[in-house]
Design a protein around this ligand. Sequence first.
Ligand SMILES: CC(C)(COP(=O)(O)OP(=O)(O)OC[C@H]1O[C@@H](n2cnc3c(N)ncnc32)[C@H](O)[C@@H]1OP(=O)(O)O)[C@@H](O)C(=O)NCCC(=O)NCCS
Length: 152
Amino acid sequence: MTVTVGQVGPDVVLPLRSAVLRDGGPAGLPGDDDPATVHLAARTADGRVAGVVRLSPAPCPWRPDARAPWQLRAMATDPAVRGTGAGRALVEAGLALVGERGGDLVWCNARTGAAGFYERLGFAVVTGGFDVPPVGPHVGMLTAVPGATRSS
Ligand SMILES: CC(C)(COP(=O)(O)OP(=O)(O)OC[C@H]1O[C@@H](n2cnc3c(N)ncnc32)[C@H](O)[C@@H]1OP(=O)(O)O)[C@@H](O)C(=O)NCCC(=O)NCCS
């Protein structure tokens, strides 16, 4: 499946975020409207939103001395396209964008069922398991950002 990844407003990502991550419930997150927050959508050729992710500057709980850490949140792809590269396209575009903005590390609280996905994208597990109610078990993961272009 070929998708095109682009930066969008929060209104574009919320429906899929809600459907995949919140069982159709409210899916807004603190900071969604912050100017520094980046929302990415992966669209299919017909313009349908097939995947979403959010990245924003945020201190890393496990690397307090990180120079310019960003958090990845609310990663979701439409079940109809899973396994065809939409998730990879989103994360790779997100890492490139963070690098362009001077970020040097991206971290996330990963659902344990998705940890293998993030590992395929170069993230490493850096914590033991922990619970995030009501979602369930997570692990902390992070990756260095290749090619950060400026200091911040
Ligand atoms: C996790 C998720 C985003 C993956 O999206 P996707 O569109 O299927 O990802 P891709 O097709 O780009 O997969 C990229 C690679 O990761 C692998 N992969 C995908 N999901 C995986 C998983 N859950 N565990 C292990 N590997 C996985 C793919 O096989 C592929 O491997 P490859 O590099 O050998 O081709 C998607 O399954 C999803 O939305 N899940 C429900 C919500 C969720 O758990 N989000 C994460 C919250 S932390």
